[in-house]
Design a protein around this ligand. Sequence first.
Ligand code: AKG
Ligand code: FE2
Length: 241
Amino acid sequence: MAARSTTENHRIPNIPESMFYIPDFISHEEEATLLSALPSNRWIQLQHRRLQTHPSPLSKTNTLLEAPLPRWLVEPIISKFKSLGLFSDSPHQAPNHVLINEYKPLEGIMPHEDGAAYYPIVATVSLSSTLCLDIYEKAQGEDMAQASIGSSPKWRVLQEPRSLLVTTGAAYTNTLHGISEIETDENLGPDTVANWTLLGDSKAFADNGGKNTRSTRVSLTYRNVLKVSKAGARILGRPRG
Ligand SMILES: O=C(O)CCC(=O)C(=O)O
Ligand SMILES: [Fe+2]
């Protein structure tokens, strides 16, 4: 299958299965269009980053009120996912939820897992700047807080602007991921970056002494929420079959 062999060529080696990294997944023009489509009134300021959620945040029981994703999040990205066969096994055969995070230099996200609200696949499109995603092994029975205290990441994945990172399978369920609150990612090279050979421009980091100076980075994380409520449709008098 063409789609499967495309993703196989982008499988990140030496990391729990499966993570895939595709550089230049979108064009410069598509990146600019996405950045200008981000609604400025939807940001929620968190302590160490800004976040927006489309179509809406999940309820306390991790239920999504059924609603379409905005058009600018669907095209061209979800069509590209379809041609790669991504999300084809998920219950809704396509993502139905997108979290958008914005990190300025010195901002990040604590090690965590994305958890059971979602089908175990997340597809992350990066915009504007490069940074390292740190991956931690999740010890059996260990809770997230313990894992994040004092342990260092087992793997690092460098995410360039316009790239796609897909995390699924055991990589989704048996690892934690986080972004450290630093200004510069250092010591980047073939032995320290799991996706080094898959990068679009590893030479840029090598030429810069193995360093990446961060600027503001935005990520779009596409997911499939398992529990979807049609209550909204019913209230509006539009029962769905
Ligand atoms: O920005 C990223 O690449 C990761 C975001 C993330 O882990 C999340 O929103 O759960
Ligand atoms: Fe996450």
